[in-house]
Design a protein around this ligand. Structure first.
Ligand code: SAH
Length: 245
C-alpha cells in the first residue's frame, strides 16, 4: 500500500533490515503487553507480531497510516490500532514494553508522559536522535536525564546512521534500552514538584546552585560555585526534599 509521507509528523521510516532485526533482538520475552508508538507503515510491527505478544497496542497519529496498519494487522486478535496523538492519549494500561522510533521533536514530552503514567512500563526500547541519546546517558545532570534517571537505568545499545531511513533525516540516531529501577528514586506524589524544581535549576544552568537556591529562599551549605549539572542525582533529590520542608 502506498502512503503519502507527512513531514509535519516527522515521518522518517526505518528501511534497514539489519537495524530492524537488531532492535527486535532486544526484546527478551514473549506473551507480554507491548505498546508501539508511531509505528508508521509497520516495519518494526511486522517483526514484533512474530514475538507473539499477549497484547500489542499501536498508537499512530496519521489516519492514512492507521488505515494501512489496520489492513496489515487486522488479522491478529491481539493487535489494537489506535488513531491518536500519543501526547493527548490517556495511557492507562500496564505495559511490559514500550517500543518506538518517534519524531525527535517530541522525544522529551513523550518520555515525561511515560514516567507520569500510573504504572510505568517495565522496559522501553526507544530510538532517539543521537545527541538526545547522549544527553540521556550523560554523567552530568541535565533537564531530561535528571527526571528519567529517577525511574530507569538507561543504556545505549547501538547507533543508527541516518542512511537507514527513508527519507534520509538530517541527524543520526541511537537505540536505547530503558530498564525500570526496582525502586524509583522519587515518589509519585513528588513528581510534579520535582519536575518544576529541576526545570528551574536547569533553565539557569550557568548560575551557581547556591544562588539559585537562595532565590527560592533555601539555605543549604554548598560549595559556592557548584552547579546543578555537577551534582549526583541522589544529592539533587536530597536538596529537592530539603527545599520542600
Ligand atoms: N516507527 C516507524 C515510523 C517512524 S516515523 C519506523 O521506524 O519506520 C514516526 C512515526 O510517528 C510516524 O508514523 C508518525 O506519523 C508518527 N507520529 C508522529 N507524531 C506522533 C504522535 N504525536 N502520536 C503518535 N504518532 C506520531
Amino acid at each position: 500500500m502506498h502512503v503519502k509521507l507527512r513531514k509535519k509528523y516527522g515521518q522518517n521510516f526505518l528501511i534497514d533490515k539489519n537495524i530492524i532485526d537488531k532492535i527486535i533482538n532486544l526484546i527478551n520475552y514473549n506473551k507480554i503487553n507491548i505498546l508501539e508508538i508511531g509505528p508508521g507503515d509497520g516495519k518494526l510491527t511486522n517483526k514484533i507480531v512474530n514475538k507473539k505478544p499477549k497484547n500489542l497496542d499501536l498508537i499512530e497519529i496519521d489516519k492514512d497510516l492507521v488505515d494501512c496498519l489496520r489492513y496489515k494487522f487486522g488479522i491478529y486478535k491481539f493487535v489494537n490500532v489506535i488513531n491518536a496523538n500519543v501526547l493527548k492519549y490517556n495511557l492507562n494500561k500496564k505495559y511490559d514494553l514500550v517500543i518506538s522510533n518517534l519524531p525527535y521533536n517530541i522525544s522529551s514530552q513523550v518520555l515525561v508522559k511515560l514516567v507520569l503514567m500510573d504504572v510505568i512500563p517495565k522496559e522501553m526500547i526507544l530510538m532517539f536522535q543521537r545527541e538526545f541519546a547522549i544527553k540521556l546517558t550523560d554523567k552530568k545532570l541535565n533537564a531530561i536525564n535528571s527526571i528519567i534517571n529517577c525511574f530507569y537505568k538507561i543504556n545505549i545499545k547501538f547507533h543508527v546512521s541516518k542512511n537507514c531511513f527513508k527519507p534520509i533525516p538530517k541527524v543520526d540516531s541511537s537505540v536505547l534500552k530503558f530498564e525500570k529501577l526496582d525502586k524509583s528514586l522519587i515518589k509519585k506524589s513528588e513528581i510534579e514538584s520535582f519536575i518544576e524544581f529541576k526545570r528551574y535549576l536547569f533553565s539557569y544552568k550557568r548560575k551557581s546552585l547556591k544562588n539559585l537556591l537562595k532565590k527560592l529562599k533555601i539555605n543549604i551549605t554548598l560549595d559556592k560555585d557548584i552547579r546543578a549539572e555537577s551534582l549526583r542525582l541522589n544529592d539533587l533529590i536530597k536538596i529537592f526534599r530539603e527545599a520542600k520542608l
